[in-house]
Design a protein around this ligand. Structure first.
Ligand code: GAL
Length: 712
């Protein structure tokens, strides 16, 4: 085995000096106000498509770009998995083909997004330096022949990737035909057990805890004789070994999240050194809410996501709902990604059938266009689709493209793209960029405070298999969308006062600072909704040496005496006024203090009559504790509806799957349900796209009457 760092020094002479230079010259991310430069508001959105020149006869490239442009696409995307073509052998780069492709694209006024190819190291690299391959916890090492098999914990891979990126950025960083960069592909979290990972983990722990005593304390190592006397004794945890320390496992996940986040940050710094602020930098994340790396790379200008809606996995609404997809998948991704950096895009949106689902149905006619409008409705200024030509070979044979296997005939999805692009072009003449959204919509603005750390910690120790944090959150989210509320998923540190209503779901790990911030939010007039599991533990994931949830009591105005977890075959019932709801995952048993009202009580078990939902006034606002997770989400919806009512915030009652959003002086209604819905347009609204009779998968866009207040 070669000693660590030797090859890095050989390949990157003066790496330390270079690093220093980057720190000095690299500019910060472009910042929200500068998005206008890349994505002018008057354009509303721009639409692009992936193209893989290396897959096709170069004689066909020009024809393909001509057809692409004729369909209305405004940008294309190259070099995503092309390391083998860019660096055919160590240190020998070949950019001639990429130069030619960029030149031909430009001939048809297609801007180019470049990718960094680090998801696919070439075979010579992994054969020569096999330690870059990720190894799983059973010791199986990945091999060449797939993608995403190199580990972000390989110090050599991290450094060597930057060498390729430096070459790319030097060549294209000031090329005006290139508008932006996508780093890697769907970056993921590796739980790598390869050569460098244990040492990097130990280094990360040392930085986090400083002393081994502090680590022992955080990990509760007194338990089961787990005590360490030096960092050198700490290994990567074996997640599959029964009983492995949960705090150690959580730290391993956090560490791996950081490896991904910093791998991307390193790439971004190299590109920015050459591109300055002239090209934007993003990555294309799979929307996942139980990992810490999404949105954690600070050097990215904004974060974008990928979405596949029809893949045989979701049933959607009604018997054919599986052909339209589950509406919260795009809705939640929009509302999660937009607040991260104030702007988001969608890098991949399926154009038709995929090949990788267990069953790969055709989307319903209209569904592709529905998704495009849904991305638009969330405020995105760009959307791209995977991919232009349907592949003829390889792992993704049978995957749809914008054109079919003959390379020229638009597919049904391709035609829907062209339709959307045409509609947007017409809207560009009619929209009112930057116009305020209607006041009634702005007043409903709701924040949902998500804490990845808590979500991960809960997943490691759920206490009941009936609990699922994402579906818990979705119960509130679905209710809010049916009210027609604009929702932002926010992180701690966000300006909570922007939201008249704030939901804090299952935020298990807290500290006094957060409790105080939430109290302030309510005292200053906020409508605060806290849900079960919030505040059970400190930030290390230790239960309080106090009564159950005790540090939360002063905020919620109630004691939590204990909690129950029934068996799924015998669900319990909670009553809210005249209605009863089944629950089988988590139920708190509450004892409200004077001044705190009981809104719902348990029924039918030995604790019948015990409060499950309580609410109180605090300063100018209110605090409501929903200590139960119902199966249908019906109670959660009633609680929110009552709160909106009490606070004088008007809500809509859209049927499930009907969504209405506003942007740039436009209203957009989308129908994921299997029923027609007639959109109650405000007086004076002018229909620009579609029909007020919104059929399933239908879209309606109208110009809203001049708004009155800016979006909260
Ligand atoms: C995505 C991935 C693309 C492509 C696509 C196929 O998850 O980012 O590179 O593989 O799936 O549907």
């Amino acid at each position: 085995m070669r000693p660590r760092g030797t090859i890095a020094r050989r390949l990157l002479p003066g790496a330390g000096v270079l690093l220093l230079a980057w720190l000095v010259v690299a500019r910060p991310p472009i910042g929200a106000q500068s998005f206008e430069r890349f994505f002018p508001a008057r354009d509303l959105t721009t639409v692009g498509v992936y193209y893989y020149p290396e897959h096709w006869d170069p004689a066909q490239w020009e024809r393909d770009f001509r057809n692409m442009a004729a369909m209305g696409f405004e940008f294309t995307h190259f070099a995503e998995f092309a390391w083998a073509q860019l660096e055919p052998e160590e240190g020998r780069y070949d950019f001639a083909w990429l130069d030619r492709a960029i030149g031909l694209a430009a001939r048809y006024r297609l801007k180019v997004v470049l990718c960094t190819s680090t998801a696919t190291p070439p075979v010579w690299l992994v054969r020569k330096y096999p330690e870059v391959l990720a190894t799983d916890e059973d010791g199986t090492r990945m091999d060449h022949g797939s993608r995403q098999h190199a580990s972000f914990s390989s110090a050599f891979y991290r450094e060597y990737s930057l060498k390729l990126i430096e070459q790319l950025a030097r060549r294209y960083g000031s090329d005006e035909r290139v508008v932006g960069w996508q780093l890697d592909n769907e970056p993921r979290r590796f739980l790598d057990y390869g050569k460098d990972a244990p040492g990097r983990f130990r280094g990360w722990l040392e930085k986090r805890y400083g002393t081994i005593d502090a680590l022992n304390d955080a990990w509760g190592s007194a338990f089961w004789s787990g005590t360490y006397t030096s960092f050198g004794q700490v290994n990567l945890p074996l997640h599959r070994q029964w009983g492995t320390n949960l705090h150690q496992r959580l730290d391993h996940l956090r560490f791996a999240d950081d490896e991904t986040a910093t791998f991307l940050d390193g790439q971004a710094r190299v590109i920015r050194k050459h591109a300055g602020g002239k090209q934007w930098i993003t990555s294309n994340y799979i929307p996942m809410y139980d990992v810490g790396y999404v949105g954690a790379s600070r050097e990215l200008d904004y974060d974008s996501y990928t979405r596949y809606m029809v893949y045989g996995g979701d049933r959607g609404l009604g018997p054919r709902g599986y052909r339209v997809g589950e509406y919260t998948r795009i809705a939640m991704a929009n509302d999660f990604f937009r607040p991260l950096k104030g702007m988001y895009g969608v890098m991949e949106l399926q154009p038709g059938q995929v090949n990788w689902g267990a069953i790969n149905p055709q989307p319903l006619p209209g569904a592709v266009r529905l998704w495009l409008w849904h991305v638009f409705a969330g405020g995105s200024r760009f959307v791209c689709t995977y991919r232009y030509r349907a592949p003829l070979y390889g792992f993704e044979a049978f995957h749809a493209g914008i054109v079919g296997t003959d390379g020229v005939t638009p597919t049904a999805g391709g035609r829907e793209y062209a339709q959307f692009i045409g509609e947007v072009r017409r809207l560009r003449e009619r929209a009112d960029p930057g116009a305020p959204v209607p006041a009634a919509y702005a007043r409903r603005a709701t924040g949902i405070l998500l804490d990845t750390d808590s979500i991960q910690a809960i997943a490691l120790n759920r206490q009941t298999t009936e609990w699922n944090t994402e579906s818990h959150v979705l119960k509130y989210y679905r209710a809010l969308k049916s009210f027609g509320a604009p929702v932002d998923f926010v992180r701690e540190g966000a300006d909570l006062a922007r939201y008249p209503v704030l939901v804090v779901p299952a935020h298990q790990m807290v500290d006094e600072g957060l409790i105080a911030a939430l109290a302030r939010y309510a005292e200053q007039g906020g409508t605060l909704v806290l849900t079960c599991r919030t505040g059970l533990q400190d930030r290390r994931g230790h239960l309080w040496e106090a009564k159950f949830y005790e540090p939360m009591w002063k905020l919620i105005g109630a004691e939590v005496e204990s909690y129950d977890l029934p068996m799924p075959h015998a669900p319990n019932v909670v009553r809210f006024g005249a209605q009863a709801f089944e629950w089988s995952s988590w139920g708190d048993l509450l004892k409200p203090w004077p001044g705190t009202d009981t809104w719902a009580t348990h029924e039918g078990d030995f604790y019948a009559g015990t409060p499950a939902v309580v609410s109180r006034k605090l300063g100018q606002g209110t605090v409501t504790w929903v200590g139960v997770d119902t199966r249908s989400g019906g109670l959660e919806k009633l609680v929110l509806a009552r709160l909106f009512g009490e606070r004088g915030i008007g809500i809509e009652a859209y049927p499930e799957g009907v969504l209405v959003e506003y942007r740039d002086g436009l209203g957009v209604a989308l129908n994921y349900s299997d029923q027609e819905f007639v959109v109650p347009l405000p007086a004076g609204a002018e229909v620009l796209v579609g029909d007020t009779k919104l059929r399933p998968a239908g879209v309606l866009v109208w110009k809203s009457p001049r708004g009155v207040v800016p979006k909260a």
